[in-house]
Each structure stands twice: as C-alpha cells, then as structure tokens.
Design a protein around this ligand. Structure first.
Ligand SMILES: [Zn+2]
Length: 136
C-alpha cells in the first residue's frame, strides 16, 4: 500500500475513522431494530384495545409519530454512515461533496460522516434554516 492521495488524512487515521464508522453503523442498526420492535409492540397493544378514548388515542398517535421520526432519523444516519464507508473504499473520503476541497481532519474526527467542508456546510444550513435570507 502506497500513501493515498489524502494529505490531511493519513492511512492510520483513515483506518481509525473507518472503524468508528463501522461501530457507529452497528449501533445505529441495533437502535433501529429496537425502535422498530417497540413500534410493533405498540401497534399490537393498540389493536388489542377495543375502545380508546380521545385522550388515549391521541397519546398513542403522538407516541407513534415520535417513534416514526426517530426511525426516519436513524435511517438517515445509517445512510450517511454507509455513504461515508463507500467513500473510504472509493478513495473519495475526506473531500467536500460540493466544492471538492479537503474537509478538516478535526471535523472528520468529530463527525466521521461529514461530507461537506465547514464553508459549504454553513451555506447549506443557511439554505435550510432561512430560505428567505439567501441572496448569495
Ligand atoms: Zn466545500
């Protein structure tokens, strides 16, 4: 193995990050499984209850919504992890998806699934948070 093109991320750091991502991925998948089996339980409790009053019914719906958004969030995180692992395999890991600049190592260490550099990330957040205020 010769040195890779990544200049701020050397091979041992990359290996470390890959390991982190794999552990993270396993945890997320375990969380997702747990969340899904909880959901099933709630569903079966719901169907076994003949009559729910309004308050109970809305509490159950509330719970399901929370659980659904949790599942959705976990699925997104899993997707990001898989994406990052694929990028490592493809040798594209550590570069910004938008501008192609290297992502700072500190940033990758703090959040191994980062796909944007600090600059692009903050632009992206601006876009998401305040659509009315982009005049760039
Ligand atoms: Zn960028």
């Amino acid at each position: 193995m010769s040195t890779t093109k990544l200049c701020c991320t050397n091979e041992s750091q990359l290996k470390h990050l890959k390991r982190e991502l794999q552990i993270l991925l396993q945890q997320l998948q375990a969380d997702l499984d747990a969340e899904r089996s909880d959901q099933k339980q709630e569903m079966s409790q719901l169907s076994s209850t003949e009559v729910l009053d309004r308050a109970e019914a809305s509490a159950v719906v509330g719970l399901q919504l929370t659980s659904l958004s949790r599942v959705k969030q976990l699925e997104e995180e899993i997707h990001e992890c898989q994406n990052a692992l694929e990028r490592i395999e493809a040798g594209r890991y550590g570069y910004c998806e938008q501008c192609g600049e290297e992502i700072e190592l500190n940033r990758l260490m703090a959040n191994p699934t980062s796909v944007l550099c600090v600059g692009c990330q903050s632009k992206d957040e601006l876009k998401r948070n305040g659509r009315q205020s982009i005049t760039l």
